[in-house]
Write a protein that binds this ligand. Structure first.
Ligand code: LLP
Length: 426
């Protein structure tokens, strides 16, 4: 459940009419609901309340605005980061190092050093070269890096191929069959302290079975590793639980069912449980607010041309993803819907959000909202076509604030440099 509802015929974010935000902040703008973020985060902590110790680490990559991270940091959330940049964002938002897990297949030595100096809960190591480099970096600093090995369980996550990560052909983790050998070396290397096992099989999973298979394999591995003499006291089970993008579809499993599955598969090991959800926390806590620039009535096809484009929300162009598109002024009851192609102004046919989408009567100047745009929305945006990055707004009850202003075109241009040896003006 989220906090974007119609009241008196107008779509609201919590207690704020979206039309007020469009007036004040312009469009396109991402709007986040603090109450929804808190609610979704708590669904996960409640789902794990059976565990003696657990930490929900929000996947920063899904939505990394400082205001969003600060809402979650105040809840006591941990964070899962995949770059030095995300690490710095989490720290700046007030998350202590001992609640930050560092994942990612290509950590550099500089990133390792920064996290070791600033404090980190654990590195999820994804390869042997990375493991050896981390050993060197930690030893040179005279510290021990807490580590978990990310294992690749060769499980089909049954999601979009671009966001599946747990099959043998994916670049992620170390094949689970080799894990024991790698742990043996890890335990011997100076500067490393073995803490646990890590797994993440993909994103937008709408079925619990692949999790069950993967976590079962992690449980077997944990027993084997303990038998080999390693002390494994933490399991990081990744993120990936899907959200309902299409409200008319069957809803994916709930965090509570996911928590029960974790208990069933690894609960008897007595390990501290970490999870790294991103989309389920931030996805339905955000929407993208946009205005219709033109209604272009074509031959047998009507185009709604919006002021949002693929550079703002790339998911439809990149994954063929569906986002519900709703009018900000509620349609009259019984209003007849007709199909529109909903597109942006970018000069590519791929800049299409939806084809032949049935929508109530709509035209120039009307406001629309893309639902479920809080995760992998603003963070994946670009300035293609010299379109300024969309603004971001946080709503909390009846208060709202711009949490990332839209840059001016002048500021965008001013970031660039023409070398003085280039005679730009002939
Ligand atoms: N942990 C790791 C190691 C990950 O790679 C990811 C996501 C997560 C946690 C969080 O997964 P979530 O709970 O959000 O599913 N841009 C794509 C999604 C890419 C996901 C990448 N990894 C999209 O828009 O669908």
């Amino acid at each position: 459940m989220d906090h974007f509802l119609y009241r008196g015929g107008a779509l609201h974010a919590e207690d704020v009419p979206l039309s007020e935000i469009a007036e004040g902040a312009g469009t396109p703008t991402f709007v986040y609901s603090a109450a929804t973020l808190r609610r979704h985060y708590r669904l996960f902590t409640e789902a794990l309340d059976w565990a003696e110790a657990s930490l929900v680490c929000f996947a920063v990559k899904s939505c990394s605005n400082q205001a969003v991270l600060s809402v979650l940091a105040a809840e006591g959330a941990g964070m899962d980061v995949v770059s030095g940049g995300e690490y710095a964002r989490a720290r700046t938002a007030g998350v202590p190092g001992e609640r930050i897990v560092f994942s990612g297949v290509g950590k550099t030595r500089d990133e390792m050093r920064a996290a070791l100096e600033g404090g980190v809960r654990q590195f999820n190591v994804e390869s042997e070269p990375e493991m050896r480099a981390l050993s060197e970096v930690a030893s040179s600093l005279g510290v021990e890096a807490p580590v978990a090995l990310r294992v690749n369980p060769d499980v089909d996550a049954r999601t979009h191929e671009k966001i599946a990560t747990g099959k043998a052909e994916n670049k992620f983790g170390v094949p689970i069959a080799r894990a024991r050998e790698v742990y043996t070396e890890m335990a011997r290397l100076p500067g490393l302290r073995v803490r646990g096992v890590d797994v993440h099989i993909g994103s937008q999973l709408t079925d619990l079975e692949p999790f069950e298979e993967a976590y079962g394999k992690v449980a077997d591995l944990t027993r084997a590793l303990r038998g080999d003499g390693h002390s494994i006291d933490r399991l990081d089970l990744g993120g990936g639980l899907g959200i309902p993008y299409e409200t008319s579809n069957e809803a994916p499993p709930l965090p509570l069912e996911y928590g029960a599955l974790i208990r069933r598969t690894v609960g008897d090991l007595g390990c501290e449980i970490e999870i790294e959800p991103g989309r389920l926390v931030s996805g339905n806590a955000g929407l993208l607010l946009s205005r219709v620039i033109w209604l272009k009535e074509g031959e047998g096809r009507d185009f709604l041309i919006l002021d949002a484009a693929m550079n703002d929300l790339i998911r439809p162009a990149m994954y063929g993803a569906w986002h519900d598109i709703v009018p900000v002024r509620e349609a009259e009851p019984g209003a007849e819907r007709r199909p529109f192609d909903v597109v942006g102004p970018v000069c590519e046919s791929g800049d299409t959000f939806a084809r032949q989408r049935p929508l109530p009567p709509m035209g120039e100047g009307d406001l629309v909202a893309f639902r479920s745009a809080g995760a992998y929305g603003a963070v994946m945006s670009s300035e293609y076509n010299t379109r300024p990055l969309a603004a971001e707004v946080l709503v909390d009850g009846d208060r709202w604030a711009v949490v990332r202003p839209r840059p001016t075109v002048e500021a965008m241009i001013a970031r660039e440099r023409v070398p003085d040896w280039l005679d730009a003006h002939g």
